[in-house]
Design a protein around this ligand. Structure first.
Ligand code: ATP
Ligand code: LTN
Length: 327
């Protein structure tokens, strides 16, 4: 039996943080053995907000390097850059004619991301961002999409668009399922556990970036806010300690019970010290690997990735054009 297919992507904007890693990348690596995996650097998504061109070009390559350093194996998974496969933009147009204003207006990410400059001044690209994401996924007849909790609504829209197209024009798309981890789906800011850890957070102290050195990690954890009460337990009503303990659990791969037992009767100071050590150890192999991929090796991997991706995407696109009456 052939393997089921997974697709996921991240934007080459800003620095990746522990939330991106624990919510998404970690699962990409875990799933690549059992699935036929496609991992995309979504540079077309990046320009929905203003980007400096030279920075974007470099960040696109750097993000592919991060996938590799995180353990995505190019022998197993296909790694490519979104803009190298022109079908992503083409299917976005077709799906834009299937999607409805009303359903896009309900997308909470647009509401959040357009808040800063105001809706009136937001790009239309930011508004239709979820359609581009749907195109990414649907082009590959994807079974499963590993993402963090914040992308769930976009996945629901993707499913709706696939079902609507299939109903109106004939079956062209597989309807994908989200894969959202139980723990780690939404890692919170260390400074405000009501918000998710985010690349675009102005307060750097809230995020642990994957390339932060040991000192910086230790300082950020030391300064992390805590809740009232002293017990170190998983407790949704104490979101700060819940978040820190979740991070500890994920980086050490211990069970919840083991973590709770380990810190029973201990104070925040000791817990934070052990957490910092665990995070530093967790990031070390990743940080050592990041410099081992030079641009030439990277470009070879990306070129072959784009060819593999295009072979599938072009088939879906031809079928879609034929069904719509364009070809
Ligand atoms: P940010 O909100 O940090 O700017 P993003 O969602 O714009 O990030 P991407 O790089 O496109 O950034 O996201 C890559 C993956 O990381 C997605 O699957 C997303 O769901 C996941 N992710 C982002 N933030 C978190 C978080 N705090 N906890 C868990 N997963 C997260
Ligand atoms: N919107 C996603 C990134 C993304 C994606 C995708 C994720 C773009 N296309 C396809 C999974 C599948 C985000 O995390 N910001």
């Amino acid at each position: 039996m052939s393997k089921k297919r997974i697709f996921s992507g991240a934007q080459p904007t800003g620095r990746l943080h522990l939330g991106n890693y624990l919510g998404a990348l970690k699962n990409w690596v875990a799933l690549q053995d059992d699935y036929e995996a496609f991992y995309c650097v979504v540079n077309l998504h990046a320009i929905t907000l203003p980007q400096d061109p030279a920075t974007l070009r470099q960040a696109t390559l750097d993000l592919a390097r991060i996938y590799l350093a995180a353990g995505v194996d190019p022998e197993k998974a296909t790694i490519f850059i979104q803009s190298d496969v022109h079908e992503h933009a083409e299917l976005t147009w077709i799906l834009s004619c299937v999607a409805r204003m009303g359903e896009l207006e309900r997308m909470t990410q647009f509401k959040d991301k357009s808040q800063k400059g105001g809706r009136e001044r937001s790009s239309v690209g930011l508004f239709i961002y979820p359609i581009l994401m749907a195109a990414d996924i649907l082009l590959y007849q994807t079974d499963l999409v590993p993402v963090g909790q914040d992308q769930k609504q976009h996945l629901e829209l993707t499913r709706d668009l696939a079902e609507r197209f299939n109903r109106d024009f004939g079956a062209a798309f597989k309807v994908p399922e989200p894969y959202i981890p139980k723990a780690g789906a939404s890692i919170k800011s260390l400074q405000d556990p009501a918000k998710k850890m985010s690349k675009s957070d102005e307060n750097e102290a809230g995020s642990i970036f994957l390339l932060d050195d040991a000192d910086t990690v230790a300082k950020k954890i030391k300064r992390a806010v805590t809740d009232s009460g002293t017990e170190i337990t998983f407790d949704e009503t104490r979101p700060a300690i819940n978040n820190l303990l979740t991070i500890y659990q994920l980086v050490t791969e211990k069970s919840q019970a083991e973590c709770v037992e380990q810190f029973a009767g201990k104070g925040y100071g000791q817990f934070k010290g052990e957490l910092a050590e665990a995070v530093i150890e967790y990031l070390r192999p990743f940080q050592e690997r990041i410099s081992t991929y030079d641009d030439e090796a990277l470009n070879t991997i990306l070129k072959s990735g784009a060819e593999k991706a295009a072979a599938i995407a072009s088939k879906t696109m031809l079928d879609v054009y034929q069904k719509v009456g364009i070809r």
